[in-house]
Design a binder for this molecule. Structure first.
Ligand code: NAD
Ligand code: UDP
Ligand code: UDP
Length: 343
């Protein structure tokens, strides 16, 4: 049974009462960088529920206090305003390193800052992991595959990335972050884990972050046309956030370094996605075509055989089940808690 909690928490979608082996209460001290963001805040909810003590470090570039304020007052929760580009001294057992803007609109806003966050920020968190002997998990991205020439993408594929394009600050930044992670592992014996995350959606995404799912949902709710970039035939594979959080925790607790693809293999063109949004919110929503952005990958779909085999993980929430949970959250945030949209 899906239990949908207040404050857009994803609740016990996965545990269903039974907590998988390895994810049981441990009382660890865990640092989550970027923990006030979309993915980070859902991860924090699961860690707190498991009984861990969590320190969130966030500079609030794209994160919001509202995403974690339901933990204020809990002695096992601490929120620190801090930029990971600066050194950090804390004592923890595990580090989930998520700090980095994820939406193309946000990461292109200040590309040099995005590179510093990915390179200097990751270096600092690895230095911290080395000093305190913590296990370190990097949230890398499917963008390391660039505009892929292999489809679907396996972890063994090295990618097709433009090093001098407008997306490079993010995809080359994450590629360097992966390199640093492996070099601290090989050179300094730091225990590391690498996740390559594919497009993820769900409650608490920034409403106007420019990503396609948040754009379409907000547009349909506001009775604006859905903006399809290019011809709309490019594809993405959309994962609900609770599936990702489950995968990240299994990866952290498991024995394997990775990299592991974490994504939902269900592949949709942007026009098909617009169709699902119409079905879910408003069958009369119009579609408006806009020019596409530079270096936009034509297709993207994870091969998740490795995560299935070694982590026993696969996504459980298809787009048509996950989207309504996000719509409920967006509706509340756009129109206010009690006001219903007229549709
Ligand atoms: P998000 O923008 O909601 O969260 C990122 C968080 O990091 C925000 O709270 C932001 O304020 C914080 N942050 C950014 N720069 C920082 C800095 N220099 N110091 C401290 N905090 C900083 O994005 P998200 O979707 O939650 O993504 C989380 C992680 O997952 C990112 O590393 C992203 O690259 C990765 N990822 C996400 C997706 C996705 O579809 N959501 C896909 C691939 C990879
Ligand atoms: N660092 C940090 N917190 C720590 C330990 C290190 O932020 O607890 C930073 C440190 O400031 C440095 C980076 O991590 O910039 C890499 O540290 P490391 O010890 O690996 O390298 P070094 O300091 O010798 O260059
Ligand atoms: N896109 C779109 N309309 C929008 C926003 C994005 O058609 O309003 C397209 C975009 O061109 C890309 C895909 O949707 O092909 C996914 O974009 P997003 O920014 O969500 O994530 P990406 O996978 O590119 O990082």
């Amino acid at each position: 049974r899906i239990i949908y909690q207040n404050r857009a928490g994803i609740g016990s979608l996965h545990s269903g009462g039974k907590i998988p082996l390895g994810l049981q209460r441990k009382g660890l001290r865990i640092l989550v960088t970027g923990g006030a963001g979309f993915v980070g805040s859902h991860l924090v909810d699961r860690l707190i529920a498991r009984g861990d003590s969590v320190i969130v470090v966030d500079n609030f570039f794209t994160g919001r206090k509202e995403n974690v304020m339901h933990h204020f007052g809990n002695p096992r929760f601490e929120l620190i305003r801090h930029d990971v580009v600066e050194p950090l001294l804390v004592e923890v057992d595990q580090i989930y390193h998520l700090a980095c803007p994820a939406s193309p609109v946000h990461y292109k806003h200040n590309p040099v800052k995005t590179i510093k966050t990915n390179v200097v920020g990751t270096l600092n968190m690895l230095g911290l992991a080395k000093r305190v002997g913590a296990r370190f998990l990097l949230t890398s991205t499917s963008e390391v595959y660039g505009d892929p020439l292999e489809h679907p993408q396996k972890e063994t594929y090295w990618g097709n990335v433009n090093p001098i394009g407008v997306r490079s600050c993010y995809d080359e930044g994450k590629r360097t972050a992966e390199t640093l992670t492996m070099d601290y592992h090989r050179g300094a014996g730091v225990e590391v884990r690498i996740a390559r995350i594919f497009n993820t959606y769900g409650p608490r995404m920034c409403i106007d972050d420019g990503r396609v799912v948040s754009n379409f949902v907000a547009q349909a709710l506001r009775k604006e046309p859905l903006t399809v970039y290019g011809d709309g035939k490019q594809t993405r594979s959309f994962q609900f956030v609770s599936d990702l959080v489950e995968g990240l925790m299994r990866l952290m607790e498991g024995e394997h370094v990775g990299p592991f693809n974490l994504g939902n293999p269900g592949e949709f063109t942007m026009l098909e996605l617009a169709g699902v949004v119409q079905e879910t919110i408003d069958p009369n929503a119009q579609i408006e075509f806009r020019p596409n952005t530079a270096d936009d990958p034509h297709k993207r779909k994870p091969d998740i055989s490795k995560a299935k085999e070694l982590l026993g993980w696969e996504p459980k929430v298809p787009l048509r089940k996950g989207l309504p949970m996000m719509v409920q959250d967006f509706r509340q945030r756009i129109f206010g808690d009690h006001k219903e949209d007229s549709s």
